[in-house]
Design a protein around this ligand. Structure first.
Ligand code: SF4
Length: 315
C-alpha cells in the first residue's frame, strides 16, 4: 500500500472548545477537584472528557446529582444551557461558571429578546442536541412559540400562527453550511418577513473546517475525520466529505483505522472536528505512515488563532 496524505490546515480545536477545556482546568486549580462539577460533557469528545475526569473533574447529567451543592462549583458546557437550568443552579446555591461558547451566547441573546417581544422563534438545528436545548431554553414564554426544524420539508410543514412579521429564526452553530442554506432559502421563501441572519448562525470554526474538507474530498478517495459520534460538527465534516465524493469515516482515534479502509486508495484526506485534540491527529498520521503513507501535503488556508475571554469567576 502506498498513498499520500492530504492534511487540512484548518482542523481540530476551535476557540470555544479551547476556552471550555481551559475553564475546567482553571476551575480545578482554583477551587480544588473535590468542588468542581461539570454539567454534561464539556465538549463532545471522549478523549477530552476522559482527560478532565482523570484530573478530578466530576461529570453529572443533572444538577440534582451534585452533593452539598452550596459548597460546589458547576461548569456549564460549551453548548450552553437553558434558563431553567440557570435558575435551578441558583436555587441550589451552586457557584456557576459558564463555559458556553460566546458565539452560542450571541444566539441566546437573540432568543431572549424575541421572547421579550412576544415573537415566535424558529431554530434550525438537530432536535435534542445540547446546543439546541440550551438555545430553545432561552425562550421565557409559551414553549409552543418555539419551533425546531432542520430540513426544507420541515419548513413545508411549519406554521407560524402569529405571522412571519412576528417571528425570527436562528440556527445551530455546527450545521452543514450547504444543507442549512437550503432550509434557510425555503424558510425565507415561505415567510419573507421573518427576521434572521443573512445566511445562518454557523460559526467560523464550522465554516472553515467544512471548506477545508471539501478540498480534501475533491482530491482524495478516502477522508478520515477525527471526532466522536456525538459531536455534531465532526459528523457534519464526515458527511460533507461524502457529499463531495469521498468515502469518509468518523473515527475517535487511530485505533479505528483498518487496512480494508485503505485498499486501492492513493490519497487519504485527514481532518478533525472542533473538539478534537491535536495529539489524536498526530497519532492518525503516524499510523497512516506505518501503513504506507509516503508524504503529507497540507491543504487549505492556515487557521487564524482566535481566543475568547475567560468567563466571570475565572478572569
Ligand atoms: S464549534 Fe463554534 S460555536 Fe461551537 S464551541 Fe467552537 S467556536 Fe463555539
Amino acid at each position: 500500500m502506498a498513498f499520500k496524505i492530504l492534511l487540512a490546515h484548518t482542523r481540530g480545536f476551535c476557540a470555544g472548545v479551547e476556552r471550555a477545556i481551559g475553564v475546567v482546568q482553571r476551575a480545578l486549580e482554583k477551587f480544588g477537584a473535590e468542588r468542581v462539577y461539570v454539567l454534561h460533557e464539556v465538549v463532545h469528545n471522549k478523549h477530552v472528557v476522559a482527560d478532565l475526569v482523570s484530573k478530578g473533574a466530576h461529570l453529572v447529567e443533572e444538577l440534582s446529582e451534585i452533593p452539598e451543592p452550596s459548597t460546589k462549583v458547576v461548569i456549564f458546557s460549551a453548548h450552553g444551557v437553558g434558563l431553567d437550568t440557570i435558575e435551578q443552579a441558583q436555587k441550589l446555591g451552586l457557584t456557576v461558571i459558564d463555559a458556553t461558547c460566546p458565539l452560542v451566547k450571541r444566539i441566546h441573546t437573540k432568543v431572549v429578546k424575541a421572547a421579550q417581544n412576544n415573537m415566535e422563534v424558529v431554530i434550525i438545528g438537530h432536535d435534542g442536541h445540547r446546543e439546541v436545548l440550551g438555545t430553545t431554553g432561552q425562550y421565557a414564554g409559551p414553549k409552543d412559540k418555539v419551533h425546531v426544524i432542520l430540513t426544507p420539508e420541515d419548513v413545508a410543514n411549519l406554521s407560524l400562527p402569529l405571522g412571519a412579521h412576528q417571528a425570527m429564526f436562528a440556527t445551530q452553530t455546527t450545521l452543514s453550511i450547504d444543507e442549512t442554506a437550503k432550509t434557510v432559502a425555503a424558510l425565507k421563501a415561505k415567510f419573507p418577513l421573518i427576521e434572521g441572519p443573512k445566511n445562518d448562525d454557523t460559526c467560523y470554526a464550522t465554516q472553515h473546517r467544512q471548506a477545508a474538507v471539501k478540498l480534501l474530498a475533491q482530491e482524495c478517495q478516502l477522508v478520515l475525520i477525527a471526532g466522536s459520534q456525538n459531536s455534531s460538527n465532526s459528523r457534519r465534516l464526515s458527511e460533507v466529505a461524502q457529499q463531495y465524493g469521498a468515502t469518509s469515516y468518523l473515527i475517535d482515534d487511530a485505533s479505528a483505522i483498518t487496512d480494508d479502509m485503505l485498499q486501492g486508495v492513493t490519497a487519504v484526506g485527514v481532518s478533525a472536528g472542533a473538539s478534537v485534540p491535536e495529539y489524536i491527529v498526530q497519532d492518525i498520521l503516524t499510523t497512516l505512515k506505518n501503513k504506507g503513507a509516503t508524504q503529507i501535503e497540507p491543504v487549505g488556508e492556515i487557521q487564524r488563532h482566535i481566543t475568547f475571554a475567560w468567563p466571570q469567576g475565572l478572569e
